[in-house]
Ligand binder design. Sequence first.
Ligand code: CP3
Length: 359
Amino acid sequence: LNETGKTDSGAAVIIASKKPFLQVLGGGTTARPPIWLMRQAGRYLPEYRATRARAGSFLDLCYNPELAIEVTLQPIRRFGFDAAILFSDIMVVPHALGQKVWFEEGVGPRLEPVTAADELDRLSYDGFEQVLGPVYQTVAGIARELDDSTALIGFAGAPWTVASYMVEGGGSRDFAKAKAWAYGDPEGFQRLIDLLVEATVRYLSAQVEAGAEALQLFDSWAGALPERALRRWCLAPAMEIVRRVKQQHPSVPIILFPRGAGMLYRDFALESGADALSLDTMVPLAWARDRVQSEVVVQGNLDPILLVTGGEALRRGVLDILETLGSGPLVFNLGAGIVPSADPQHVADLVELVRGWRA
Ligand code: CP3
């Protein structure tokens, strides 16, 4: 070990970590799976709603290090998860590239749409680092606050998912505009994807430099694309991002969430270069064990609605995952983000179930 407590070999750093989450991602084993939950900071927590009200707009909260650090730590204090995830949003990247972004109460993100290649020159790196500076300050502040058993996850949206919001001007049911561009002008759409690959590599690398110990790339809408398009617009850009971030930071584990990829989860496991795949709720557990966990660490995949209902259905859902995936490398998580109507008591019950499990 050198004076910073790290060895020269990246893998050794991770396995030697005291943090169970990093041990599992580094290929080590722990008595029981570490646990954190996607969107663990959010409206289901009264303390989040109180801080959110002080911040002003949602983007103001994302760019306020003091308050963003506070909401990141709220679920850690309450539940003692094995990892904290930076509080921010995937929309800060298009915003930092100069696109107009705002959040509408009860609707979600809204953007001034970019619909064709000749509009791409509206986007630039001129203000990129300045806009994202507060996010890196947040990362550094969280890193200072965490104890030596809790890891810090940085994140970004994957190019296809972020592009879909940029092109549609917000959320979408059918992705008609984004697909029309991708299918009708693939070279032009590739320029948007390439721009997002570059921006995402810069953004994730800067998070690592500020103190993020692992990264997650959210491709929440991968499942909207058929095979050929999914390989080109989701798998290939993810490979490129993983390769380039690891070139700069070889020891940082990367988790990929190609939500809805179905049987192509196997191809992501074999080809993406990611250390772990986050499974959505639809992936069958035994298939995931045999075809995905055989290649990479898996994370997931409890139905978030079980945290609304709780009780026996929650217990059964948790045990199904632990009994099928718990003997291999597993990070316990949800198969999608937590919902605002989740009951914090059921989240506490979930943590107790996972922590109390014996393989
Ligand atoms: O996980 C965490 O606790 C960290 C914070 C985080 C947020 N968004 C905060 C947030 C993370 C990791 C995200 C990722 C994100 N954001 C994704 C990918 C993951 C997923 O859930 O599919 C996507 C698609 C977005 C875009 C986005 N942001 C949408 C569609 C919405 C509206 C829906 C909603 O949940 O309100 C948001 C807003 C948002 N991002 C909120 C939070 C806590 C709620 C906003 C509020 O407090 O008013």
